[in-house]
Structure formats: C-alpha cells, structure tokens
Design a protein around this ligand. Structure first.
Ligand code: SF4
Ligand code: SF4
Length: 421
C-alpha cells in the first residue's frame, strides 16, 4: 500500500498504479525476462527494482530524480508481464508514472531538444517526411551534427519512399465479409507506406471493405510512453472522434499503435471521455488477429517457392496485446513457407519508440543481438508487425552486412497471392 501520500495526490492514475505496486511480491521471476537487466545487471534496472523505486517516489521517500534514470531505461517492452506469476500489470504503472513524474525532473538541454524534435515531428507525417529529408542531408554532414542528435541520423533511411495515399473506402473483392476502419499511422506512412497499401490489398482480397478515416491522427503512443499525457489525450480524443462506430473492427498494422489504442482508457482516465475510450479500445484489433479470425480465402498463389521466413515478435504485439499465434499461422499457411523462430525471441529489439534516441547504447546492443539472432536462423526474410522493429532490424542487419529482407507480415501475405480478383 502507498502510505505517505494519499492516492488523490497522484491523480486519476493513482488506483491502477497503486494496484500494480501492491501486486508485486518481489519474487524476482521477471528479472531474467528483462532486457535492461540482461544489459546492465543492476537490480534498479529490473521490473522489481523499478516498482520499488516508483513506489518510494510516490510515497515521497525518494525524489523523482533518484528514480528517473532507471525509469527512463525501461523499454516499456512488457516482457516482465508474461514472466510474472503474480500478474503484476506493469503497463498500468510505467506509462502512468512517466505521465505523473513529467515536469518534476529537470532534464539536460540535449535531452530536451531530442524529445522536442521527436514529439514535434514523428506524429505528423508531413513534418516527419521533411525531417527525414533534412536527416539525409545531416548524414552527409555528420561530423558537424551535435553528438546527441547523431542517433537520430542512424534511423534515417537511405531512401525515403514516395508518399502514398489510400482511398477513403476500398471495396471488398467479391462478396463482402466485413467492414473495418484502419489506422494509417504516422511514422509508418513515411518510412514504409507500402505496409498500408499491402494491408488494404490483403484485406480487400479476403472480402473486407476498408475505410481509412481522413480525420484520424497519431495514436498518441509516442506522447504517452514519453511522459506527455496532455498530448496523448489530444491524439486519443481525435481518434475517438474520427473512427466510425458502424464498422466491425478498428484495425492497426503497427503493434505500438495498437498497444497505445488499447491504453486509451488509461490515457483518458478521470476525464469525461474515459467511458468512450474504454468502449473504443475493445474494438481495436491488430490486423493479423482480425484476418486470422475471419479466415483466409483460397486465393491463387503468385508463385510457390520454398522460403525460410524468420518471425520477430514485436513486444507491443506479443507482450502488450498477447498476439503471437495469429501472425505465425497466417505466414505458415503460405505455400512453401518454413517459419523460423529466433533465439531469445522474448527480448526486445531495442527500438521501443524513441529508445534509440534516448538510450542509444542499449538500443544498439539489443538491435545487434536481434539481427544476429535473425541471421542465425538462415532465413532469407524476416517478418514483423511493427514499423519500429522493422526499422531497427533493417539498420542492424545492414550494419552486419546481411542481405536478409525485412518485411511486414502483410507485405509477405500480399506478395504471396496474385492481384486477380
Ligand atoms: S515477477 Fe512479478 S511479483 Fe515477482 S518481482 Fe517481478 S513483478 Fe514482482
Ligand atoms: S517493460 Fe521491459 S525493460 Fe521495462 S521493466 Fe519490463 S521487461 Fe524490463
């Protein structure tokens, strides 16, 4: 129980945070699952250690500054949740704590600049596109760029694909089996817009009418996970208003966005929109889950050739949404596909939103380990369901000189069948 300060001082996020703190019995089973413990080997960089730190800050026996470095190093990968026998809902603690503690710790100027740039560009596709172009210029002038900004340059792709737009409504091919609305995302539509094109095409081929609401915006995940609750609430409210009620599901094809939309009830907790957010989040599904439930149509294959595909679990799909089986089964259903599992599959690839910018050394180490695990499978392609993971895998496979292709699950599904209706 939190003693020294009443939970009312923590605000509406107090009850879920208190519950999460109280559920931990300090057994330590989560330690082996935690990537930062594996990297740093310190108790304060484990789930258990962070829970104690956050509790003591909330009780006033530690200052926010004491806990901040360890809380900052948390990837938010939630690998600790499935490892915990007591069912500690760590997700109810980490982002709400970051939201609560924001503004209570003075950050170094370089960190403030990085966070400001990320917050003002990534959620807005036009600005992010411009930023990636400037980043390409920055890569050429790398020695002149401040060291604190260089991790950003590493994430800028050599080529930025041309912008793509998607129809407000794409009709189902043949008999309509369902109607859905798709979140188009923000970073994804700049870094790899073909993922949305492939998603819409696959859904339509399987009899799904796909709506892409024009008024939608960023899911708010970046703001929520970096301790900017007001911005996260603005994004969440925009999507609550933008997505229609008369569709069978609201779909995402980016694990991080899906996970954030599933947390709209926390983001909007204690506001007039909490009940709407609660109803909304139950309608959000990852696109792989939706298609798996709907069932694949028997479509003519584009080409049947043996293919080894490695599958990387995005943390915000596997841990945050419990989605592991569906994308694997969709890929395995393709003729000629041999699906390969990665060693230490539960370990985060180090992407984790802006983690590459905030904690570049840990992010690089985890990224390299993940790329080596992919290479060790002998696969020619690696699939995943999150743009952050795909970007991280591309970066680290390229650094290791690997020719392995990095694809979203739905790009592979699209390419496996012909365009014929
Ligand atoms: S496994 Fe769960 S109960 Fe045990 S220390 Fe970790 S968070 Fe606490
Ligand atoms: S979310 Fe990931 S990095 Fe953070 S404590 Fe849990 S396992 Fe460790």
């Amino acid at each position: 129980m939190l003693h020294t300060i009443p939970t009312s001082d923590i605000g509406p996020l107090g009850p879920p945070m208190t519950h999460a703190v109280e559920t931990c019995v300090h057994c330590g089973f989560c330690l082996a699952a935690c990537p930062t413990y594996r990297e740093l080997g310190q108790e304060m960089d484990t789930p258990r250690g962070r829970i104690v730190l956050m509790k003591e800050v909330l009780e006033g026996t530690l200052t926010p500054a004491d806990a901040q470095p360890h809380v900052d190093r948390c990837l938010g990968c939630l690998a600790c949740e499935p490892a915990c026998p007591s069912g500690v809902p760590y997700r109810d603690l980490i982002s709400p704590f970051r939201a609560w503690v924001q503004g209570k710790v003075e950050r170094p100027l370089a960190e403030k600049i990085n966070r400001f740039i990320a917050a003002q560009t990534i959620p807005f596709p036009a600005r992010f596109r411009l930023a990636t172009r400037l980043g390409q210029l920055g890569k050429m002038l790398r020695p002149l760029v401040p060291a604190s900004l260089r991790p950003m340059l590493d994430l800028v792709p050599a080529q930025v694909p041309p912008a793509q737009a998607w129809p407000a409504v794409t009709p189902a091919h043949g008999e309509r089996r369902a109607r859905v609305a798709l979140l188009a995302g923000c970073a994804q539509r700049v870094l790899d817009p073909d993922i949305n094109t492939a998603t819409i095409e696959v859904l339509a081929r399987h009899g799904v009418e796909v709506h892409v609401p024009a008024a939608q915006g960023c899911c708010g995940g970046l703001a929520w996970h970096t301790g900017a609750p007001a911005a996260a609430q603005t994004f969440a409210r925009r999507n609550l208003a933008a997505f229609p009620a008369d569709v069978d599901a609201i779909l995402t094809n980016a694990a991080g966005c899906g996970s954030a939309m599933h947390e709209y009830h926390l983001i909007l907790r204690g506001t007039a929109d909490e009940a709407r957010a609660e109803a909304f989040r139950h309608r959000v599904l990852d696109v792989s889950v939706f298609l798996h439930r709907l069932g694949l149509r028997d479509l003519p294959p584009a080409e049947t050739r043996p293919q080894k595909i490695a599958y990387h679990d995005a943390c915000h799909l596997a841990n945050a949404q419990g989605v592991r089986r569906e994308p694997r089964e969709l890929l395995r259903s393709l003729p000629g596909v041999e699906l390969c599992e990665l060693a230490d599959a539960h370990l985060c690839c180090g992407s984790a939103g802006t983690y590459n910018l905030d904690q570049p050394a840990i992010a690089a180490s985890l990224g390299e380990q993940k790329a080596r695990a992919v290479i060790a499978t002998g696969a020619s392609v690696v699939a995943s369901g999150n743009i952050g993971c795909l970007t991280q895998l591309r970066l680290h496979l390229a650094r290791l000189g690997s020719p392995i292709t990095v694809r979203h699950t739905f790009q592979i599904l699209r390419d496996a069948t012909t365009r014929a209706r």
